[in-house]
Structure formats: structure tokens, C-alpha cells
Design a protein around this ligand. Sequence first.
Ligand code: C2O
Ligand code: CU
Length: 496
Amino acid sequence: MTEREALGRRRRIVAAVAASVLVLGPLAWFWWTSLVPANASVMEMGYPDAGGGPTASASPHDHGTVDGPTVSVSSLTGPSTGTPDVDVTLTAESGRVQVGGGRSIEGFTLNGSSPGPTIEAVVGDLVQVTLVNKSVPDGTTLHWHGVDVPNAEDGVAGVTQDAVPVGGSHVYRFVVQDAGTFWYHSHQVSHAQVRGGLFGVLVVHPATGDDDADVVAAVHTYASTPTIDGSADDLRADAAAGDRVRVRVVNTGSGVLRAWVPGAEFRLLAVDGREVHEPGAVSGQAVVLGGGGRGDLEVTVPSDGSSVRVRLGSQSVVVGPSDDAADGDDPRAALDLLTYGTPTDVGFDPRAADRHFTYAIGRRPGFVDGRPGLQWTINGHTYPNVPMFMVSEGDVVRMTLRNASGQPHPMHLHGHHLLVLSRDGQPSTGSPWWTDSLEMSSGETYEVAFVADNPGVWMDHCHNLPHAQEGLVAHLAYTGVTDPYVLGGGADNAPE
Ligand code: C2O
Ligand code: CU
């Protein structure tokens, strides 16, 4: 090789290296910034978004070095004294789950079954639940989905507590303020533990007693077997002719559940643990429940000795004295909660908002925690570089939820109920529509509002739990609240 050839060759190598650096440098940067920091507080992730409100000096990003008084998540507990009105011990195990028809799957049980026992309480009760982890290897927790508990009782590993290791236990104590249909589930490795059966139903009855008889229908798909209350068979609920029965439907899955009543009228009494105001008779329409959502359907047993059927996807709840009940296909039309029921006072003025946030969901190629793929984005950012929505106690908060991601998402804010103001510009004119699990189709925009009345650090995520695990997670944090828990850490906290 002549000296000249050697020089040419060296130049080509330098050019190739420079080109690779130009291409790979940014890629490496995106990969690097996508890593979820080990043993970090969620408060240190992403960037604060004050929603146009005061950018308080009590930024959680200063992590304890704030001017005002601070309070730790761990001190935001329910009552530590007082005899519980409801006292339950739930023992979590990993193992085979019987799903009916002689079939079983590898999953999780609570007190030997999945779903775990239905917990029943009355408004005002002090509920105490002792979670014992007998054999769930990754550790576990219990989250009270839809119950606006004090923050330290919220059961989110790495945010409000450490995951309970095998051999450990954790006591939850909270007063139930609202009647309604709720559920509880693990919030440690939840995409796998909930799918595998680590959940149950919580019913809070009104202090005045119930008007109707009551049936719980928790819908869950184990592997590919759809079930109601853990059974692949239809659910039979005995009732006499003329009885009115409240069927409490809980969608414990990640996909949409459609509920309808073939050949009969029904009323939708409640949505996500909140009563609908003056719900009218519905026929020929299905109730759409996103992942985590609940709907209480009131049916009336016919007078002719037959039963009434509530279809929950491919399965049914048959209510009445016999197996004989009309059946029919999904009516396709959906009940629109924007216009269902009649308006009543909501207790605050959503127009007088102190903060206005946008939670816009999109999708683009990139990295999340070092994994390449088509990633969910929140306001253009991928996890963990997502917004931390900052509020102060007492704020009226508005949020624009926009879904431009090509897929539906059931959005769940912990610790608060959202009031739906509008969808795609159409205002809510029916009953106040309170929700904690809002199913959003792709292309939809919802305006919602809530009062920041429950201090803490709260997850605000997609309840299609694999999506949450893929990074469709943000948090709402109150100024002055510090969080001692970390993702990872000694407890291997992994809430999603
Ligand atoms: Cu039902 Cu964050 O969960
Ligand atoms: Cu989703």
C-alpha cells in the first residue's frame, strides 16, 4: 500500500466512525435517558408540570429541601387507633387457580381462591385488612381501586409502601366514605399478578341500607378462560318474581367489557362507585366498562316465572327463580353517560380551575428502560421522562385527556374521582358523570375536573396493565409531600 492509499483508507475509516457516532450517538443518548433509575423515587423522575398554577417552592424535585412544611407519604395513613368494624386477613399465595370446568391455571390466590373474598362494609366503617404474603415470590401489595383512601393506604409498591415479601405482612386501615362497588388488587408487578388472579371485590353499602338485593359479578379472563366470580359457568342468582336486583359488574381485565340485558329494560344505578342521578330505563344499549371500571345494573325479575339475563361478554348472570331467561346478541349501541340521568349539584365549580393539565397519549418509536419499540408517549415524552402533575391541597383541577395513540386506554387516577365535563367538545348534560376508570377510544378528547382534596403521591395510569408496564404511567403529586419509597430498592418495588 502506498502512503497515499493508506491516507485515503484512514480518511474513510474516520468518516465511517464519524457517521456511526452521528447516528449512534443520539440513539445511545435516547437509550441512556430512557433507563428507569435504579432505586429512585418517582418524585425524581420526569419533570414537574404546574398546570399554570403556582410553581411552588415546595417542588418534589427538591426532595425535602423545601421552604414550607413537608409531610411524608408514609405519615398519610388512615386512623391508627380504633377497633375496626370490618377486620379481614388476606393470605396471598402463588399456585394453581381453579377456573371451573376442571381447568386450572398457574396464578395467585387470596385465602385459597381467586377472586379473593368479597369484602363488605357500610359507609363510615373502619376497614382493616391484614395482607399476609405466604408465597408470592416477587412480593405483593393491595390497592383499593376506586376507594379514595389516605395515601399511605393506597398499596402502590415503590410509591406508597414497600412490596410485602414472602413471610411478611402489611396492615391497611381506612374509613370507607362512599357507598359503591370497588375492588382490590395487587399493585406490585400488577400486570402479571392481577392477570393471575390476585384481586377481589369490595362492596360498600349505604348506611341507610340497600334498596335492592345484591349480586357481585367480577369478570376476569384467566389465560383464555372468561369467568364470572372465578367460574367459567354462568352465574345463577336466585330471586323472586318482581324483585329488583343490583348486579355489581366489575371489569378486572384490561380490555373493554360490554354488559347488556337481552329483551328487558334495566337501569344503570352507579358508575365506578358513584350513584347516577335519576337513571332512566335503558333498553337496546350496552354498558361499556373499560379495564378496572364498574357498573351497577338494576334488573327486575319478570312476573311470569322466568329469569332476567345480564350478558357480560360471552357469559351471563341469570337472575330469578329459573334457568329460563331471554338471550340476545350485543345490541352494538352503547349507553352514553354524557346524556344519561339528570344533572345535580357536584359540590364545586369546575370553571374556577386553579390548574389545567393536559394528559395527551401518543405513540412513537423509541426506548423505555432501554427497550426499543413503539412506545406510549405522554405529552410527547416517554417513560420515565413524563410529567409530574403538581397540585396544592384545595385546588380545583382541570385535565384535558387526549388519546391520539391508535389504541383505546382506560385511564385510572388513584385517590380521586374525576368529573367528566365533555367529550370531543360535547358537554355532559346528564347526571354528573364521576369516574375513576375512564375508557378512552383512540381519537377521543375528554375534559375532566376534580378537587385536589387527598394529599399524597398518586398514580395516574392506563389500566390496561400491560400498557402501564410499557410506560403509560404518570403521577399526581401534592406540593410539600415527600416520598420515602423507591422503585427497585431492597423490596424490588415494581408497581406496574
Ligand atoms: Cu386498579 Cu393503579 O390501579
Ligand atoms: Cu392503555
